[in-house]
Design a protein around this ligand. Structure first.
Ligand code: NDP
Length: 255
């Protein structure tokens, strides 16, 4: 369980859901993890506590993404935390996980320009500039993993803009993969399907039943189902994989 010992990782949006499970998974393999959040400091602290209970190491970093100054604030906290824990600012693994949807979705006709801009700012612009800024901290052989969604492969008009942002995330992986290959840095996309992130909707039995039917395994994904795929991509075993789209939807895209 020490495939990542001596490494450092940033997981954006790890105060809950898939990000939390990813932070826990990376720390279990020995990485020191920066647990990022926007507003839910307590959730981020709980992630750190889960990691520490497991014998791992982590610290929190707060920064709302999609607002002016977001990247500066994130990297100020990240670099201070890395320095405090390791004496330097090397970041081996970046997981761009934080993301937003329009809760409940919206017909294309009903999407406002403000909603469109916000989704793109958080889901597409922030991951690009986080990756750009992280390049100065990531050593040769590092890892960038971007979280997309199975919705880039299935048409769902009520989540059209969200899916568009995730399409952009996949391009980010592809083009950075080519750009960073000379340094041995791999850049990949992981696409979750419906995953129980603790949202109230997952507590409604009829909705659960309906959502379960979308996976070939006839169940809703757990955050760990996705996190394990991310952790694999972060390890040395995944050194020959770059620019890939990893379907972590439990077979939801099989048709
Ligand atoms: P959650 O909604 O459970 O958590 C989102 C995380 O992102 C939280 O840590 C939240 O921080 C952070 N976050 C949200 N908005 C911002 C922002 N503006 N600035 C900074 N941080 C922000 O996420 P999930 O676990 O459901 O999803 C994780 C990723 O997986 C997302 O990219 C999502 O699009 C993708 N995905 C999820 C699916 C699912 O069914 N759950 C399906 C397909 C893809 P805070 O707690 O502080 O608000």
């Amino acid at each position: 369980m020490d495939k990542l010992s001596g490494r450092t990782a940033l997981v954006t949006g790890s105060s809950r859901g898939i990000g939390r499970a990813t932070a826990v998974g990376l720390a279990r393999e020995g990485a020191l993890v920066a647990v990022h959040y926007a507003h839910n400091k307590q959730g981020a602290q709980e992630t750190v506590e889960l990691i520490e209970k497991d014998g791992g190491r982590a610290f929190t970093v707060g920064a709302e993404l999609g607002v002016p100054g977001d990247i500066d604030q994130l990297f100020r906290g990240l670099e201070a935390g890395l320095k405090q824990h390791t004496g330097k600012t090397t970041l081996d693994i970046l997981v761009n996980n934080a993301g937003e949807t329009l809760p409940g979705g919206a017909a294309p006709e009903a999407v406002s320009a403000e909603q469109f801009d916000k989704l793109f700012a958080v889901n597409a612009k922030a991951p690009f500039f986080i990756a750009q800024r992280a390049l100065g901290l990531i050593p040769d052989g590092g890892r960038v993993i971007n979280i997309s969604s199975g919705l880039t492969r299935v048409a769902n008009p009520s989540q059209m803009v969200y899916a568009m942002t995730k399409g952009a995330v996949e391009q980010l992986s592809r083009h950075f993969a080519r750009h960073l290959a000379p340094r041995g840095i791999t850049v990949n996309t992981v696409a979750p399907g419906i995953t129980d992130n603790g949202n109230a909707i997952f507590k409604i039995p009829e909705v659960r039943e309906q959502m379960s039917q979308l996976s070939a395994f006839k169940r809703i994904g757990e955050p760990e189902d996705v996190a394990d795929a991310v952790v694999f991509l972060a390890t040395d075993e995944a050194r020959w994989i770059t620019g890939a789209f990893l379907d972590a939807t439990g077979g939801s895209l099989l048709g």
